[in-house]
Ligand binder design. Structure first.
Ligand SMILES: C[S@@+](CC[C@H](N)C(=O)[O-])C[C@H]1O[C@@H](n2cnc3c(N)ncnc32)[C@H](O)[C@@H]1O
Length: 241
């Protein structure tokens, strides 16, 4: 009985609280916020962020954060945890998220990071204003892949570093409307980069990124992750995405 009531609460009451109290009219946004609010409660009314340094440095293929020295560093679809709190050598750290305002209810206001609320159509940052742009586990969450890829390329300086992790092959859902493939990413994003590193690994069963750190067992199958590091080309190619 209690378990059934809890399920009911999470399914309906909490969802509508997010939609009405925070004004999250888009079901995708309410669903996403509700996911993070549950994590926040489960972790003791806080959200841990200690894993991002190792993860983001591994994505970048860097031993330490000195490559961020005096740079403007941003993370697109950063979530509420404080994904850039570790990047203390950067000149400026910017967390970009469509839920940036709502995440202040989950402790984001205390981070030493500037949060910027993007929409599903635009990122309110000047063109060419970011030196190093991260994104992880976010591009399958956007409604308009072509538009948001265009926005990422616009805010990144020509020659600036793009460091991304993409969830490939996943079935679409309420929070993840996109099924990403290497071809789709090539058409909208990667062809505008000089890619220096491209790694693919199956999604791990415990830690989703574990097979970037330890070899995957032979025959591992299912959805994959793609890690890309590249530089934005000086001129963006026209047409075709
Ligand atoms: C699964 S979370 C990933 C959070 C973080 N990058 C991580 O890996 O821990 C996806 C994030 O993308 C954000 N997002 C979805 N659509 C977006 C958009 N159009 N613009 C900016 N952020 C968006 C969501 O609000 C959510 O915080």
């Amino acid at each position: 009985m209690i378990a059934a009531l809890k399920r009911y609460y999470w399914k309906y009451v909490d969802y509508w609280w997010c939609r009405l109290r925070l004004g999250l009219k888009d079901p995708k946004h309410a669903h996403e916020f509700r996911f993070w609010r549950k994590r926040w409660r489960d972790e003791g009314r806080c959200l841990r962020n200690g894993h991002y340094e190792r993860l983001m440095l591994a994505m970048a293929g860097e031993p330490d954060q000195s490559f961020l020295q005096d740079k403007t560093v941003a993370d697109f679809g950063c979530g509420p945890r404080g994904s850039l709190c570790w990047a203390t050598q950067a000149r400026e750290r910017i967390g970009i998220d469509v839920l940036a305002e709502a995440y202040k209810h989950l402790g984001a206001a205390r981070h030493n990071v500037r949060y910027v609320r993007s929409t599903e159509q635009e990122i309110p940052l000047a063109s060419g204003s970011v030196d190093v742009l991260f994104t992880l586990n976010a591009m399958d969450h956007v409604h308009n892949l072509d538009v948001m890829c265009g926005e990422l390329l616009r805010i990144l300086k020509p020659g600036g570093a793009f460091i991304g992790s993409f969830n490939l092959d996943e079935e679409p859902g309420v929070s993840e409307p996109q099924t990403l493939t290497p071809e789709l990413l090539e058409a909208h994003l990667l062809r505008h980069l000089d890619v220096s590193s491209r790694r693919v690994a199956p999604t791990g069963p415990n830690n989703t990124y574990e097979y970037f750190f330890t070899p995957a067992p032979p025959g591992a199958s299912g959805p994959r992750k793609l890690w890309i590091r590249g530089r934005r080309k000086q001129e963006l190619k026209r047409g075709g995405g």
